[in-house]
Design a protein around this ligand. Sequence first.
Ligand SMILES: Nc1ncnc2c1ncn2[C@@H]1O[C@H](COP(=O)(O)OP(=O)(O)OP(=O)(O)O)[C@@H](O)[C@H]1O
Ligand SMILES: [Mg+2]
Length: 334
Amino acid sequence: MIISKIKLNNFRCHEEYLLACRKKTTLIVGENGCGKTSVLEAIYEALRGKSFRAVDRDILKRGAEYYRVELDFADGEKTVVTFDGDHKQFLVGGKKWSRLPKKYRYSVVLFLPDDLHLVGASPGRKRDYFDRSFSEILENYSSSLSKYNKALRQRNELLKSEFLSKDSLFSWNVMLAKYGCEVRKWRVAEILAINRRLTEVYRTIADNEDVVEVKYEMMGGEMDESGYLARLEAEFERDKIIGHTGFGVHRDNYEFIFNSKMADGSASRGEVRSIILALKFIEADMIYEKVGKKPVVLLDDVFSELDEKRQKCLVQNFKDNQVIITSVDYFDGD
Ligand SMILES: Nc1ncnc2c1ncn2[C@@H]1O[C@H](COP(=O)(O)OP(=O)(O)OP(=O)(O)O)[C@@H](O)[C@H]1O
Ligand SMILES: [Mg+2]
């Protein structure tokens, strides 16, 4: 799947925008605020079904009545997304859909400037990062996670309600234990798969002998579904006071470990950048192994934060992917 053309109407600051894409690398250069990230956002939306940073109402150009994204592919297929302020529609495969069907979702590796700061980021930011990454790789991950989040919202609502009793929470506790354990199972497996390659890939970028690892820290440690349920029930009084669910996979954390120490505080800036590049390369490989197709790579303004050696590494690693890059400056990618 190769994107050949992108056409936008009323998408953020773009009233009308047309870009012909190259088979390998397309570079979008422009000053701050000219709408570069918005173009990647539109591509992501048409390939994955939703934006990586906002809801549709925020995307719709101020004062406009609709937005439209059209992606044309080299094989003659196309995906069209429209939003009229209330309803969103995907036109793909000759049919209209209110959500992008799974079979028309294409894999994407998205690299945002903020990702370079992942090592020292908050637990919530790290969870979001890995949640998005695992959703790209595992078909059932996002479904387990969204069922978990839905049950969590309902339980939290009940915790604030006047009808609250320990019994009234039971069915939500059961759901949280079921989907929470599922989410953990996926996360453990994916982190294990990442760790199997992380040090090796890191060393090809950094060219040294460091050992790197991601640690998935489960609140309360490893436990089965009944242990999880018991823990939720034991936290009832505390949850009642704080008004939300204090225990669960929504509070789990990831730590980057560098030569047996926390990377945040011990690895240098360059080493941290190499860890993140390695993580991205592994993500792209894992998607390829699962899906059998090279993902489209969207690089948003990351080159300015990398030295020449790491820039070259990035270009070299994605030489067989279609890559769309935004940058404030022209750079020499060779
Ligand atoms: N709904 C909207 N309607 C109109 N303009 C918008 C809307 N949402 C965002 N904008 C504006 O669109 C512009 C483009 O934003 P975008 O983030 O794509 O720029 P950028 O080129 O990536 O900038 P930077 O180089 O700073 O990252 C910004 O000026 C922003 O304020
Ligand atoms: Mg930007």
